[in-house]
Design a protein around this ligand. Sequence first.
Ligand code: C2G
Length: 460
Amino acid sequence: MKKVITYGTFDLFHEGHYKLLERAKALGDYLIVGVTTEHFDEARGKINVVDPIMERIEHVKKTGFADEIIVEDHEGQKIEDVQKYGVDIFVEGSDWEGHFDYMRAFCEVVYLERTPNISSTLKRKSRFRLVRIGIVGTGRIAPRFMSEAKYVSGVLIPCCYNPEKASGELFSKLHDVRAYSQSFEEFLDQVDAIYVASPHETHYGYAKQAILKKKHVLCEKPMTFTYKAAKELYDLAAENKVVLMEGIKAAYCLGFQQMINIAKSGRIGEIRDVEACFSRLVREDSRELNDGTYGGAFLEFGGYPLLPIFKLFGTEYDSISIDSILDKKGIDLYTKIQLRYPGGMATAKTGIGVKSEGQLVIAGTKGYILAPSPWWLTKHFDVRYEDPDIVEHYEPAFQGDGLRYEISEFINQINGTRGRTYKLTAEESIGMAKVVERFMKQRSEAKSGKHKGKAGSGKG
Ligand code: C2G
C-alpha cells in the first residue's frame, strides 16, 4: 500500500485545497492529511487564520480524500510522521518548491502545481472588507506600525494625520500615504479605524472624536490620564459598537499570555509577589526628558510593568504607593510603584534617567517565573524552583518587533474572528488610567512642594 502525506492550514477551505488533496490522494492508496494548530501557525508567522482547527479538520474530512487526519503542532514533526506512519510520498503545493527537499532523505517528495488565482488570503479579503487604518501622529512609532502592518493581511493604510503639515507630508512621501493636516474630520471620513500615535495629551481627544464617528481605535499608551476619561471612552466604544484597544504591545505578544497562564495554573503555587521593571535611557533632547507635564518615565513606560501585575492580581489593590526621583523640571527619571493586594504584593519600576535590569519575576509559594529583558516581548522565560537543577525553559514564537501581533488582534477584533478580547481588557486598561491619574496628581503635588520629591501613597 502506497502512503501519501500532505500538510496545510486549510483556512477558509477553497478549490485550491480541494484540488491539492484530490491529486495527492491519486498518487497512492492511503492519504494522511496534517492540519496545523493555531499555535503552530502563529509560530511560523501565520497570524490571521480565521477558522478554528476543528472547522478546518471538518472541511478536509468532507472532501472524502483523507483516509486519516492528524494534527501538526510543531517544527520537525513532518520527519517524525513520515517515519512513524511509514509514508512513501510527501506532497506540498508548488509554492513550497524546494523548501521540503530535506524530506527526500526519508521518502519521495512531490510538489504539485498550485491552483492559480485562489488562496486563503484572497478569500479573507473577499469575506472581510479591508480595514482602512489612518495613522494619527507621524513621529517615532508610526513608521514601525507601517512596516509591521505589512505582515497582517486585511490592512490598508491610506492616510495619516498630523496638524504639523511638514511632519505629515514627510511621512506621506516616505510611506506613500495621503497626508491630512487641516481637518481631522475629513481624515476620519477616509478610514474605518485609526491608530493613535500622537503625543500623550492628544490621545483622548482623537480617540473620542473617532469613536463618535463610529471608527475603531487602537490607541498608544497612556490612552488617558484619568479613570473617568478611560471609562468614558470604553463606554462610548460599546455604545457605538466599535473596537477600542490600548496599544500595550506586551499584552498581544504570543508568549506573554502563555507565561501569565502558566503562573495562574498553580505551577508555582500561590502567587505572592510580582516585580516588573522597564527602563530606557533617553536622549537629553528627547520629549520624555523635556516635557514637564507629559514627559517622564512612568507616563511613557508604566503600562508595561503594570500589565503583568493586573493580569495576575487584578485591578483591585488594597493600597498603592508611588515614589519618584524627579529632576529640576519635575520630570520623573525613575518611578517605583508598590501595590498591596490581599494575598500578595507587587512592584512596577520605570526609568528614563536610571538604568536597571528590565526583568519580570513572578514569585509563588512553590517556585517562580523569571522573564529576562525584554520580558515585555516575552521571547523566553524560565519556571524555577527551590531545587536549582530544575528549570523549565520556554521560548515562545516571536517575530518582527511584536507590533504585528497587536495589529492582528485589532483586525481580528474588528472582523469578529477571534472571540472575546481577553488580552488587555477594558477593566485592566481603565485600571491603568486610575494609576496614571494618581501618579499625575501626586507628581504635581510633589512639584509644588507638598511632598519633597516623593509622590506619595494611599489607599487603592
Ligand atoms: N494550495 C494549492 N493551491 C492554492 C492554494 C494552496 O495547491 N491556490 C496548496 C498549498 O500549496 C498547500 C496546501 O494547499 O500544499 C495547503 O495550503 P495552506 O492551507 O495555505 O497551508 P500551507 O501554509 O501551505 O501549509 O505545515 C504546513 C504545510 O507545510 C504548508
